[in-house]
Ligand binder design. Structure first.
Ligand SMILES: Nc1ncnc2c1ncn2[C@@H]1O[C@H](COP(=O)(O)OP(=O)(O)O)[C@@H](O)[C@H]1O
Ligand SMILES: [Mg+2]
Length: 367
């Protein structure tokens, strides 16, 4: 798919003969770029060039070379439109700092929050294994570990020593700030990012409200995810302001809620559900994942012991009009595999199949 940044790259080929052959991008003449898809599935591109009030004698030449550069670089059948606008002043300076754009998630089809009302229900275990299972089904998947209080992706994927590369993209136009971009870590067919990659494991992470919130947004919006079918976000446990702000600022398609069958956990689910259905958030909940549904000894895979009660998740799903997307048993190896950094979903046992069934159901619902 052609992106806005591709178009900007093509536009760098258009130089202004009267201005030391600087490109129209460098000269700040590219006012707007939009990309969509036309009826034939080819890119439909519109570029608006800004000219100063004293009409540039080379305007027609530049419009022509802009069209030519786009047609030269775009696939056959693309629609190209070049518009102009007259402006006196350069654009006002963009606010520095955390005025993060959405460029890096522009090619992600679905951003899905994996949430729970409280910690310890296996949210990270479900998120990591769901990511691996979706990748095994052939989807392009990323996972952002947004649990600033207890990042678990580095350990669960045995990538504790990984150091993500980062680089700076120079400002596209004068007056804009350069952007920092971080590369995700790729393993098991999934692109991973975690705040844990930036803090030593022996360092306790102490984040306060706004700081945690900004770190989280960076963790999602400054990462070069590229083209993805699914970007899962392992959300911090709870339902506070951080969550609402995160769901508000990240273009999430919706959420999946993880719970255990216990009554107390179910009361927390209610808070999680209400959070997404709150009028300021108002995102769909794709369904509930019941984790630790029953205990199964590895050597007796057909035996099910309902140690946290039976069907709590199903009842809760019914009460809130949610789909029960999956039931994941407690199996000792799920914890062991998590600790070893080789997610259970990579395997072939019943626990792997439970995660694959969950992935199929979620993907089926969204595609
Ligand atoms: N289905 C399961 N079977 C066995 N152990 C599990 C299962 N789900 C989670 N665990 C274990 O429970 C602990 C808490 O899980 P975790 O995913 O870190 O929870 P959360 O992210 O909700 O705090 C971890 O040690 C994990 O390995
Ligand atoms: Mg967790």
């Amino acid at each position: 798919m052609t992106t806005i940044s591709d178009i900007r790259t093509y536009l760098k080929e258009v130089t202004h003969p009267a201005k030391a052959d600087k490109s129209i991008v460098e000269l700040g003449m590219v006012d707007k770029v939009s990309v969509s898809t036309n009826a034939e599935g080819a890119p439909k591109v519109s570029v608006t060039l800004a000219f100063s009030r004293h009409r540039d004698p080379l305007a027609e030449y530049l419009i022509g070379s802009t069209r030519a550069a786009l047609i030269r670089n775009l696939p056959k059948g693309a629609d190209v439109e070049v518009l102009t606008v007259v402006k006196d002043e350069p654009k006002p300076k963009k606010k520095p700092g955390l005025d993060l754009g959405l460029e890096e998630v522009a090619n992600v089809k679905h951003i899905i929050g994996v949430a729970s009302g409280k910690g310890g229900v296996g949210k990270s275990t479900v998120a990591v294994n769901l990511a691996v299972a979706l990748a095994r089904l052939g989807y392009k998947v990323g996972l952002a570990d947004a649990d600033v209080y207890g990042p678990s992706v580095p350990k669960m994927t045995a990538t504790e020593d990984a150091v993500p590369e980062s680089f700076q993209i120079p400002a596209a136009e004068p007056g804009e700030e350069p952007r920092d971009v971080i590369m995700p870590i790729e393993k098991y067919g999934v692109k991973w990012m975690s705040i844990g990659y930036f803090a030593r494991p022996d360092q306790a992470l102490i984040w306060r409200g706004p700081m945690a919130c900004n770190a989280l947004k960076q963790m999602i919006l400054q990462v070069r995810w590229g083209e993805l079918d699914f970007l899962l976000i392992d959300m911090p446990p709870g339902t506070g302001d951080i969550h609402i702000s995160l769901v508000h600022d990240i273009p999430m398609s919706g959420a999946v809620i993880v719970s255990t069958p216990q009554d107390v956990a179910l009361a927390d689910v209610e808070k999680g559900v209400n959070m997404f259905r709150n009028e300021n958030v108002n995102k769909p909940i794709f369904g509930l994942v019941e984790n630790m549904s029953w205990f199964t000894p590895e050597e007796l895979p057909d035996n099910r012991y309902y140690i946290f009660g039976k069907d709590g998740g199903r009842k809760m799903a019914e009460k809130y009009g949610l789909d029960l997307l999956g039931q994941i048993p407690i199996v000792q190896s799920i914890r062991e595999d998590g600790d070893a950094g080789t997610p259970a979903a990579l395997g072939t046992g019943p626990q792997a199949l439970a995660f694959i069934a969950l992935a199929e159901k979620l993907a089926g619902k969204l595609n």
